[in-house]
Ligand binder design. Structure first.
Ligand code: UDP
Ligand code: MG
Length: 320
């Protein structure tokens, strides 16, 4: 695996109001990266900080050619900051980490080692130094749920310290708060995924940007990811079966009532079943139509935006 030694490494760091941490983080990162003796770049993405983080970063950048600083016009969120970092990254391996010193640059060599064998290496904060009830407990529940739903079993989706091979990250389009789902999305384009235990430190400076409300957003994002993963190319398969089933039951009940009315001569005007039949038929028709609308949207989406419906690892052919 000697060819991996020459690969360039990009470190992508989203920064939002972390002015006190930045000099410490930079010093530690520089130390680790220089020790590796390979090409690297540190990409700091300032996500509209108001505490002077950008000034500190630009001073660092002025003296170090390995540093790239991207400054956002306003706060766009951690996912957007990471996406901007990915867009500018030139490395063959891209590592993301937090700016607040909770992740340890000392873990980077370990991630790089493992990323020789895997497309995605996810950090696992086994001994996490955050509050139990507001952060660790909801996160345990979220990790369990995400693993179940996506089929990609990780202990710590929320950990920012992760390493990705370039081809994988360039195929992943990020929206909203989706950065934690990159391993799941990457797995869906065929990437191999593993996790390594990493060190985690309590926050020394500044404050956390998130609270418990994030859990709700994560669950909503999970529904989106699951839906896109399973049905974005065939929405009719998501809505159609339920529509046919409910509509079918409705029609059966309606037939039964028609039989009672026409053949037996019963009065069916006051029957609750009549209402149920009507409801089920309407619901069934609606669901099928929803699936068809989805199909049309999916076609517009894939055709107008060049979104591939498959991802190729390599192409073998004889060049003439
Ligand atoms: N962050 C960001 N934009 C935001 C919120 C956070 O770039 O809108 C950065 C923040 O500076 C840090 C990382 O994302 O480097 C993780 O944030 P935080 O440490 O607050 O999250 P926690 O560790 O508490 O989950
Ligand atoms: Mg943090």
């Amino acid at each position: 695996m000697g060819d991996h030694l020459e690969e360039k490494v990009s470190i992508v760091i989203p920064v939002y109001n972390e002015v006190e941490s930045i000099p410490h983080l930079y010093a530690a990162l520089k130390d680790v990266m220089e020790g590796l003796e390979r090409e690297y770049e540190l990409i700091f993405v300032d996500d509209g900080s108001k505490d002077g983080s950008f000034k500190v970063l630009s001073d660092i950048q002025a003296q170090d050619k390995n540093v790239i600083v991207i400054g956002f016009r306003r706060n766009f969120g951690q996912t957007a900051a990471m996406a901007a970092g990915f867009d500018h990254a030139e490395g063959d391996i891209i590592i993301t980490m937090d700016a607040d010193l909770q992740n340890d640059p000392g873990d980077i060599p370990k991630l790089l080692e493992v990323s020789k064998e895997y497309d995605v290496v996810s950090g696992w904060r086994k001994d996490r130094k955050d509050k139990f009830f507001s952060r660790r407990l909801p996160s345990m529940a979220a990790n369990w749920l995400i693993s179940k739903v996506t089929g990609v079993h990780l202990h710590d989706y929320g950990c920012t310290l992760k390493a990705y091979r370039r081809e994988v990250i360039k195929n992943v389009q990020l929206y909203g708060e989706m950065h934690r789902f990159i391993p799941a999305i990457a797995n869906w384009v065929g990437a191999s995924t593993t996790e390594v235990v990493i060190t985690h430190h309590p926050r020394r400076y500044g404050t956390s940007k998130y609270g418990i409300s994030r859990t709700i957003r994560v669950v909503l994002d999970l529904i989106t990811v699951k839906f896109l993963q399973s049905f974005s190319t065939r929405p009719i398969h998501a809505f159609g079966p339920a529509g046919l089933l409910l509509g079918g039951i409705g029609i059966l009940i309606a037939l039964l009532l028609s039989f009672e009315k026409i053949i037996m001569g019963y009065d069916i005007g006051g029957r609750p079943l009549l209402l149920l039949a009507v409801l089920l038929i309407i619901l069934g028709v609606q669901l099928v139509i929803m699936g068809l609308l989805g199909e049309m949207l999916a076609r517009v989406y894939h055709e107008s935006q060049d979104k591939p419906i498959y991802f190729i690892r390599e192409v073998l052919k004889d060049e003439e």
